[in-house]
Ligand binder design. Sequence first.
Ligand SMILES: Nc1ncnc2c1ncn2[C@@H]1O[C@H](COP(=O)(O)OP(=O)(O)O)[C@@H](O)[C@H]1O
Ligand SMILES: [Mg+2]
Length: 253
Amino acid sequence: MSRRKMLYEGKAKILYEGPEPGTVVAYFKDDATAFNAQKKAVLEGKGVLNNRISEYIMEHLGRMGIPTHFIKRLNMREQLLREVEIIPLEVVVRNVAAGSIAKRFGLTEGDALPRSIVEFYYKNDDLEDPMVAEEHVTAFNWATTQDMDEMIAMALRVNDFMSGMFAAVGIRLVDFKLEFGRVYDQNDMPRVILADEISPDSCRLWDANTNEKLDKDRFRRDLGNVTEAYAEVARRLGIMKENGSVTEEGSPE
Ligand SMILES: Nc1ncnc2c1ncn2[C@@H]1O[C@H](COP(=O)(O)OP(=O)(O)O)[C@@H](O)[C@H]1O
Ligand SMILES: [Mg+2]
């Protein structure tokens, strides 16, 4: 399929060397995994949808002044990105109790949290992404205290923007996961920017009226109609036409 050099194959994407130094191309696969890749499936069309949804969100965040790795979408499955040195943390923002926080603290799924909560997990599949405290992050040199403050501030801005964006189309943003990376400017000073993807794979999205899940929990919990739910998110955001095809606006050369 490609003459480009493959850099890394992950669970959901393949990274290729980009056309310019300091760039990479991310190819969005249809592969779905859950529970640390113990559960696997191919969901036809998922990669196309996540490519478009992530593009849409990253572009809006960029316009709001949040620095991101996103440069442009190249085609139905690929986007051009600034290459970053990934910080090995998953930064999770939660507005409503669901998933591990409900289990850990005995909360009922769906309960609103007293305020938005930001959590850090060590990104390591072999260890099943354990939750970490600031002490671990700084002691093991994954990030500095200043990096962490910046990630928290950016994550909360992303939360504000996305909560409003989804509320406007009848979707509740329950929680989501972000990844950040480092880039080096001319003076070799490191800077932390938003990386990876934002999609129904990395968010919990519930219909505001029915609480119907429109995210990867449909796959985790065998609820069926997974890609249909992702397509519904894309449709509500105006990325997809009523007939199900993706719009041509912003299409590649
Ligand atoms: N701009 C970027 N530069 C370098 N690596 C990136 C960038 N954005 C995301 N990545 C990394 O690309 C890898 C592939 O993505 P994915 O398939 O989601 O992997 P994973 O199996 O770790 O979830 C991940 O390790 C992710 O951290
Ligand atoms: Mg991933």
